[in-house]
Design a protein around this ligand. Structure first.
Ligand code: HGY
Ligand code: MN
Ligand code: MN
Length: 419
């Protein structure tokens, strides 16, 4: 077998996939050619390591390192015809990105999982429980609007028929796009049996913040993920000519959208440590000399206290409705996804702390599949230092030594859980 690849080499292999010349960074939406290429990259590395690779009905890839009946601890095998995968330990992350994102958000966890397997093999570790590497689709929710779509589907948090009808920027439904990418949209939905077989899920991720940089530490354990949600705001007015229409005769949805943005900033600033963002605005039809007929914008609000999140959203909704009334426009605000504050499994975290006693415990403002799955299985996370602290931008990074430190930390945690 070739020498174990290290995670830095693995990441270097994909650094041209989905590179976005216009935005900078990477744009790798789910089911795009870039994301499908990354799936193939992962599957070939997993197969090269002798893992048994499968993709489930939700488009989640599972690459299994099974254990022989002689080695396994605990339940008897259900029969020689298929490996007993109950009590599995899972690690992994996602490969899709935000528009113009970095090469580490998601892929670092996937590459580190592959490299951790190499380390465990090199050490001759004998597994007593099965290990699976998992790759979750649409973690960013950048194409169909719902964050952590794959993990929400398998956990039964989002309804399959709702997902099938979700549309992307071009108006194509999830069902059509998934079919075009070779998936079967009728197969999506909760998988309680698969989840029941998982003893723990540990996700390694680049830190999205400066906690480790400020502490001068390479690796941290995750404490909590603050509550976060995203809402679609649809404002409709009356399109018209920019020059021929008197100001008194206008119903301009862009004016209302400006109030949404202003009030979001104002209501967020008065709540300590709340975060409110409008990062995406779509003006229809979008002509310089055209009064818009409609505006779509999306707000992302986060805070440790989920009631505070909801208060901010309702205050911004009220301000937007007042502005819409004054401008003779209409507005509809729709919740796209919401994740309550998540504290990771305390027993798993203390076990991870015993393995990594020097690792600080950091909370995060970024959502993750491990956060969504925390409701249904024990989950934990490892963060790797990001010197810039920036994420969802090309500035996101992790130094090679820290990447390697992250792999060793993950391998040590997996060895503790698997033997
Ligand atoms: O948006 C988030 O917090 C995550 O990066 N998907
Ligand atoms: Mn991520
Ligand atoms: Mn992200």
């Amino acid at each position: 077998m070739s020498a174990p690849a290290n995670a830095n080499d693995l990441l270097a292999e994909i650094e041209r996939i989905g590179a976005d010349a216009e935005r900078g960074g990477y744009t790798r939406p789910v089911f795009s050619s870039a994301e499908l290429e990354l799936r193939s990259w992962f599957e070939s590395h997993a197969s090269a390591r002798g893992l048994d690779v499968e993709t489930d009905g939700n488009g989640i890839i599972w690459a299994w390192w099974d254990v022989s009946d002689a080695d396994r601890r605990g339940a008897e095998a259900p029969g020689a015809d298929r490996p007993d995968r109950r009590g599995a330990i899972v690690t992994g992350s996602h490969l899709d990105s935000v528009p113009g994102g970095g090469n580490f958000d998601g892929p670092l966890g996937v590459a580190s999982a592959l490299a951790a397997i190499d380390l465990l093999r090199e050490k001759g570790v004998v597994l007593r429980h099965p290990l699976a590497l998992a790759v979750f689709p649409e973690e960013e929710g950048s194409r169909f609007g719902v964050a952590c779509l794959g993990s929400r589907l398998i956990a039964g948090i989002v309804a399959p028929e709702t997902v099938r009808a979700l549309t992307d920027e071009g108006g194509r439904t999830f069902a059509d796009v998934a079919t075009g990418a070779g998936f079967d949209p009728s197969a999506i939905g909760p998988d309680t049996e698969r989840l029941a077989g998982i003893a723990a899920f540990v996700e390694l991720h680049v830190e999205q913040g400066r906690g480790l940089a400020d502490l001068d530490q390479p690796v941290a354990l995750a404490g909590a993920i603050i509550a976060h949600g995203r809402w679609h705001v649809r404002i409709e007015g009356r399109g018209d000519h920019a020059g021929a229409t008197r100001m008194a005769d206008r119903h301009d949805p862009v004016v209302v959208a400006a109030e949404t943005v202003r009030s979001l900033r104002a209501h967020t600033l008065v709540v300590d440590d709340a975060r409110g963002t409008v990062g995406r605005i779509k003006v229809t039809p979008g002509g310089t000399n055209v009064i818009a007929s409609a505006v779509d914008l999306w707000i992302d609000v986060r805070h440790r206290d989920e009631d505070a999140v909801r208060r901010i959203v309702s205050e911004v909704t009220a301000a937007t409705e007042r502005a819409a009334d004054a401008e003779g426009c209409t507005v509809v605000v729709t919740e796209q996804s919401f994740s309550p504050t998540v504290s990771f499994d305390p027993a798993l975290r203390s076990r991870m702390q015993a393995v990594l006693p020097d690792a600080p415990v950091l909370d995060t403002g970024a959502g993750h599949d491990a956060g969504v799955l925390a409701d249904v299985i024990p989950t934990g996370m490892l963060f790797v230092r990001n010197p810039t602290g920036s994420s969802h931008t090309p500035a996101e990074t992790a130094g090679p030594e820290d990447v390697t430190a992250g792999v060793h930390a993950l391998a040590a945690v997996l060895e503790n859980l698997l033997t």
